[in-house]
Design a binder for this molecule. Structure first.
Ligand code: URA
Length: 244
């Protein structure tokens, strides 16, 4: 069995965004760090980084944040950018402020445009991130598109052909599946993640996407009752659904 990794308390808490090592030492001196209900006095002590640490450690009276290896499901609102450094509202603003200082950093798994809403995953697990976005794994992304013009009936065949060439590109798109919901609404499932892909696909058919919402990633769907802007951590069984 793999050995549980250990870390100095000050190094661990600093990597989780609680402050510099000096600030963490000051927190401990003030009696603000508890481990198994006892005050931590020696922040140089090494402790096992095990999953139960979250329930055993309290900082400022609150349970420790999730340790590294988290996957966050967010119902992304319109108007927020999937970037660490652009000006304006960023998806990271929705998460607790100290999570911006975590190392490894939390990043979005792929991106949604500023004006796209819906299922967005964020993680600090680089291996998982690459597995989800890697073309090798063919993770299907399904979008609900609201269109400016009624569908003309040819889109399904064009998208499924595997021959559609987007403007400025030289490699045709992999086949994608269209499900028509109404004259101006459709679900589109794609396995690639090219720049503005869904908007450009409909533009190639002479239409215009007025609203775009991601409903699912692999076998993981955005829960119907999850309000825009809300987030929660995914369980292991939910993470596994991404690759189904
Ligand atoms: N395709 C787009 O055009 N925009 C997105 O945000 C995602 C897919």
């Amino acid at each position: 069995m793999a050995k549980t990794p250990t870390s100095r308390i000050d190094k661990l808490l600093s990597s989780m965004g609680y402050g510099s090592r000096r600030e963490v030492a000051q927190l401990a001196m003030a009696g603000r760090i508890l481990l198994d209900a006892a005050k931590v006095s020696d922040v140089a002590k090494r402790i096992p980084i095990s999953a139960d640490l979250q329930s055993r450690m309290k900082i400022n009276g609150e349970a420790l944040d999730p340790i590294a290896g988290m996957v966050i499901l967010l119902n992304k609102p319109l108007g927020m950018t999937c970037s660490h450094k652009e000006i304006g509202k960023l998806v990271y603003d929705i998460l607790p402020a100290r999570w911006r200082r975590r190392d490894p950093a939390i990043s979005t798994i792929g991106r949604l445009d500023k004006q796209t809403s819906g299922l967005l995953l964020l993680t600090d697990d680089g291996d998982l991130l690459h597995r989800v976005i890697s073309p090798k794994h063919h993770v299907t992304k399904t979008y609900r598109a609201t269109l400016a013009q009624p569908l003309n009936g040819t889109e399904g065949a064009i998208f499924a052909s595997g021959e559609l060439l987007l403007e400025g590109e030289d490699k045709p798109l992999a086949p994608a599946a269209l499900t028509v919901i109404s004259k101006t609404e459709a679900l589109l499932s794609v396995t690639e993640g090219r720049y503005h892909q869904v908007r450009r696909m409909f533009a190639a058919t002479g239409n215009h996407v007025e609203a775009l919402h991601r409903e699912s990633l692999g076998g993981l769907s955005l829960p119907d009752d999850m309000p825009s802007g809300q987030w929660r951590l995914l369980r292991e069984d939910e993470i596994a659904l991404i690759f189904e």
